[in-house]
Every structure is written in structure tokens, then in C-alpha cells.
Design a protein around this ligand. Structure first.
Ligand SMILES: NC(=O)c1ccc[n+]([C@@H]2O[C@H](COP(=O)([O-])OP(=O)(O)OC[C@H]3O[C@@H](n4cnc5c(N)ncnc54)[C@H](OP(=O)(O)O)[C@@H]3O)[C@@H](O)[C@H]2O)c1
Length: 245
């Protein structure tokens, strides 16, 4: 790694899985840039929690739906930390809808946040990370489930998986790994919003453990992929889903 203390950008780290990833990286002594868009109080509270526990964190506002935001986010994180070693592309959204009912705004929003923003951030990481760098992308196990209503969301994440495989080959010669983690259902706002208790119970039954994943289930995998121990793992998609697929 380039910096004595490693540094990370975690996008969408104010809540949910991203917040837990930030906690796990900080617990390994990594300085964390907590990106947020709409939840400044949650982001500040997380930074304070990490600092109180002896870690280092800054919060950076960047609405990643804006095409200019990825460069601005990297600039701000580099200004805070002097350089970046780890990029975690976590921010994402999903509008559940059969394709025939999807409007242009839903298509544009999901493509902008789930596909275009991580690609722009990966481009910045390709230019700025040095030897020992790590890129970890959040995909979804929905990519392999082919369930009705998830087509657009799955398409954006399938695109991220494709870039993950290819960028791993482009950045391997620089000693940088690129991987993805594809969670199954995780009990965050993202998953629970609009679902009845009965539907949640039904979804729990899709995996042999009979429960939802937790943010910690996912953060542990990201923490490992971001570590020095994972230097021989690149171009992989790890389906962290309790065996649902
Ligand atoms: N939960 C699941 O079941 C599940 C399953 C598979 C994959 N995933 C993937 O895991 C990732 C995290 O999901 P989650 O469940 O933790 O979601 P979540 O609870 O809805 O949290 C989403 C995070 O993304 C941020 N965000 C939203 N719009 C943003 C924007 N325009 N710019 C920057 N940040 C933005 C939010 O920040 P603000 O509140 O500050 O805007 C928040 O911190 C996503 O990529 C998702 O596709 C989730």
C-alpha cells in the first residue's frame, strides 16, 4: 500500500450496508471517507462513532447521480487523506417494476446511480490508486435469479459485474484487485421498504438458513477483499447470500 495507514472511499455509507462496511474497514485501522447524499446527520453520527472508537473518518457529500460527482468525491477524499487505497462502490437504488411499467425517470435514475457512477469511480480509481489498491463493487444475487420485476436493477448490476471481470485484468499489472460482492436479501431500508411481513417471511425461506442477511454478513466479506490477505483474489464475484443461489 502507498500510505502508512490505508485509506478508503465507501460510497453510500451513511446507512445500511455501506455504514457497516465503513465500520469494519475502520476497525482494521483504515481511514474512511463516508460518502452520503441525503443523510448528513447519519453520516456525521457514523464518523463520530468511528472517531470515538479510535478510528479516523471524514464525511463527504456527493450525489452520485451527478456525472461530475465521482471526480469531486475522489478530489475531496484525496484532499482529506493524501491519497486513496480502497474504493468500495456501495451506493445503489432499486425500483421494483415490470419493465412495461418502468418510466424513463426510473430507468435513468438506476442507470445513473448503479452503473454510470461506479464506472466513473472505477475510472478514477484506475488513474489514482497505486500498487496494493483494492476496488470492491456491490452487485446483487438478483443478477442470477432472473425474477420478474427486477430486470432493470439486475441489468445495472450485471453491467458492474462485467466491468469487474474486465477491470481486474486491466489493473492486475498495477497490483490492484477488483472484485464484487453480490448480496442476497439484506434487512436494510432498501430491501424492507414496501414489503409486507408475509412477503419478508417468504423471502427468508428462499435460502436454507431461513433468515435475511445482515449488513455485517456483507461487510465482513468486503473487509476481507479490501485486506492484504486477499491480494490473490481478483476478478471474482462473491455471492454472499446464505446459499440462495
Ligand atoms: N439490501 C439488500 O437486500 C441488497 C441486496 C443486494 C444488493 N444490495 C446492494 O447493496 C448496496 C447497499 O444497499 P443497502 O441495502 O445498504 O441500501 P440502503 O439502506 O438504501 O442505503 C443506500 C445508501 O446509498 C446512499 N445513496 C443513495 N442515493 C445516493 C446518491 N445519489 N449518491 C450517493 N449516495 C446515495 C444512501 O445515502 P443517503 O441516505 O445519504 O442518500 C445510503 O447510504 C446497493 O448497491 C444495493 O444495490 C442490497
Amino acid at each position: 500500500m502507498t500510505h502508512e495507514t490505508r485509506t478508503a472511499i465507501v460510497t453510500g455509507a451513511s446507512r445500511g450496508i455501506g455504514a457497516e462496511i465503513a465500520r469494519h474497514l475502520a476497525a482494521d485501522g483504515i481511514r474512511v471517507a463516508i460518502n452520503y447524499a441525503n443523510s448528513p446527520n447519519a453520516a456525521e453520527a457514523l464518523a463520530a462513532e468511528i472517531t470515538d472508537a479510535g478510528g479516523q473518518a471524514v464525511t463527504i457529500h456527493a450525489d452520485l447521480a451527478d456525472p461530475a460527482a465521482p471526480v469531486a468525491l475522489f478530489d475531496a477524499a484525496e484532499a482529506a487523506f493524501g491519497g486513496i487505497d480502497i474504493l468500495v462502490n456501495n451506493a445503489g437504488m432499486m425500483v421494483f417494476s415490470p419493465l412495461e411499467e418502468a418510466d424513463d425517470a426510473q430507468i435513468d435514475a438506476q442507470v445513473a446511480l448503479n452503473l454510470a457512477a461506479p464506472i466513473r469511480l472505477m475510472r478514477e480509481a484506475s488513474r489514482r490508486l497505486s500498487e496494493g489498491g483494492r476496488i470492491v463493487n456491490l452487485s446483487t444475487s438478483v443478477v442470477g435469479l432472473y425474477q420478474p420485476g427486477y430486470g432493470l436493477y439486475a441489468a445495472t448490476k450485471a453491467g458492474i459485474e462485467a466491468v469487474t471481470h474486465i477491470l481486474a485484468k486491466e489493473l492486475g499489472p498495477k497490483g490492484i484487485t477488483v472484485n464484487a460482492v453480490a448480496p442476497g436479501p439484506v434487512g436494510t431500508d432498501f430491501f424492507l421498504a414496501g414489503k409486507s411481513d408475509a412477503l419478508v417471511e417468504q423471502i427468508k425461506g428462499m435460502n436454507p438458513f431461513g433468515r435475511l442477511g445482515t449488513p455485517e454478513d456483507i461487510a465482513r466479506v468486503v473487509r476481507f477483499l479490501a485486506s492484504d490477505e486477499a491480494e490473490w483474489i481478483s476478478g471474482q464475484v462473491i455471492r454472499a447470500n446464505g446459499g440462495v443461489i
